[in-house]
Ligand binder design. Structure first.
Ligand SMILES: Nc1ncnc2c1ncn2[C@@H]1O[C@H](COP(=O)(O)OP(=O)(O)OP(=O)(O)O)[C@@H](O)[C@H]1O
Ligand SMILES: [Mg+2]
Length: 424
């Protein structure tokens, strides 16, 4: 049997956090005292290595996707095309029929095997309700494929921005935010935290009941250990979501993910993309435009997504906006931990349910506007160094050389490689 780690296993491991407070589901640490193992292609060819992860042949995956039939394409990202498939007895004798999503990695991809290995090594070892399950993989000859559990409702990005006539209700949005926060908190809770690095709406997948799970661990990275304050990396991620200090210095911490979470929370609240060039230029970058309005209650209520009007109380919306404001702090230390974010969202959810009931009983959705204290985030850097050009390229991946950290803004920086999603 291979290496496997799940939240169930936590019961048998010591957790580094000594707090005796019972933790909510999905809040557990990703590992106990031993760092996660990492296998290379040779190891993974010989044995699946991780329990509950199967090795498939290329032919089996061809059968599962009806020879990669174009009408089974679910989407295409920076690293390859994703197909819907079924693995059953006709693909592998004895296999219980299972709907899957199969990602075939682009072999021309400049990253080679790195992303594929990161996905297998991280997802292969995790089992958590808010992380997409890796069912198996294929690494035959030049082929690199990943087989995931099928997420019937697709990505958050599709529901929030692309699907005509689809409206995600306020309560679904809050549930998705909570689930995604639990996924990140799980990763950050390891003794050696894992930094996800690519938090965005297209990487948050939804099952038939709109439970959210994080997918795409290709950019995930082991976080700092012991006395280390950060890990130095090449800057990678997606414009609009990457934390400004990470883009500028290449210094990666779990707080970079918290910033990405803040961007998604803002997208959920306002119903606009992180970067949207179809809007007037001062509104291209959602964070630059909206963050200053988040703790001005009247202004905030005017910019909330009109599609969800009447579904929330002003009081709760203001609190959620305040959480987003803190996650988006320019000063990484001014951002909350993901475990704190989970706690806050859980409280909103239980109080929000009561409010919803009250609103239904009263037949009214308008509530008094409550004042949120301003400037209480202890962030002296706020807004000072933010460059308009820093985070402006829509849906493009970032890659910057590790050896050349730069304090210059992105658009003027020669050491930044921009890679289009489809061509990378
Ligand atoms: N497990 C899954 N179940 C259902 N649909 C999926 C699954 N995995 C991916 N998809 C679909 O395939 C699309 C493409 O996914 P992929 O991760 O390759 O690209 P992306 O997230 O759009 O971009 P990026 O490469 O920047 O992450 C997703 O947006 C989603 O709609
Ligand atoms: Mg993705």
């Amino acid at each position: 049997m291979g290496i496997c780690f799940s939240i169930e296993d936590q019961k048998h491991h010591s957790i580094s956090d000594s707090s005796s407070k019972p933790r909510p589901q999905g809040y557990e640490s990703a590992s106990s005292t031993t760092p996660l193992s990492s296998m290379n292609i040779k190891d993974l060819r010989q044995s699946a290595g991780y329990c509950n992860v199967d090795i498939f042949t290329y032919e089996e995956l061809r059968l599962a996707t009806k020879y990669f039939r174009p009408d089974l394409i679910l989407g295409e990202g920076g690293f390859g095309v994703v197909y819907k498939g079924v693995i059953d007895d006709s693909v592998r004798p004895g296999f219980k029929p299972t709907q899957v999503a199969i990602k075939e990695l682009n072999r021309e991809g400049f990253q080679g095997d790195r992303e594929w290995l990161a996905e297998v090594n991280y997802l292969g070892q995790f089992s958590h309700p808010n992380l997409v399950k890796l069912i198996g993989y294929c690494c035959e000859d030049e082929h690199r494929l990943l087989v995931y559990e099928y997420m019937a409702s697709g990505s958050l990005e599709k529901h929030l921005f692309r699907r005509v006539g689809s409206t995600l209700t306020w309560s679904k949005r809050m549930k998705i935010a909570l689930h995604a926060a639990r996924g990140l908190a799980f990763l950050h809770g390891a003794e050696r935290p894992i930094i996800y690095r690519d938090f965005k709406t297209s990487n948050i997948l939804l099952d038939a009941d709109f439970n959210a799970k994080l997918s795409d661990f290709g950019l995930a990275k082991d976080g700092p250990m012991g006395d280390q304050t950060h890990v130095s990396t090449r800057v990678m991620g997606t414009y609009g979501y990457a934390a400004p200090e990470y883009v500028m210095t290449g210094h990666l911490t779990a707080r970079s993910d918290v910033y990405g979470f803040g961007v998604v929370l803002l997208e959920l609240l306002i119903g606009r993309r992180a970067l949207d060039k179809s809007r007037p230029s001062r509104e291209h970058n959602l964070v630059e435009w909206a963050r200053p309005l988040l703790n001005h209650n009247k202004k905030l209520l005017k910019i909330l997504d009109p599609k969800i009007e009447g579904q929330y109380s002003s009081k709760t919306a203001i609190k959620v906006a305040n959480l987003a404001y803190q996650c988006l702090s320019q000063n990484p230390k001014g951002r909350p931990l993901m475990s704190q974010v989970v706690e806050i969202l859980e409280n909103f959810q239980s109080s929000g349910e009561n409010e919803e009931e009250q609103m239904i009983q009263n037949g009214s959705s308008s509530l008094t506007i409550y004042e949120v204290p301003k400037g209480g985030n202890g962030n002296s850097l706020e807004g000072r160094n933010q460059s308009r050009n820093e985070l402006r390229r829509n849906e493009r991946r970032i890659e910057k050389s590790k050896s050349q950290p730069s304090n210059r803004n992105l658009s003027g920086s020669s050491d930044v490689m921009l890679v289009d999603k489809v061509s990378s």
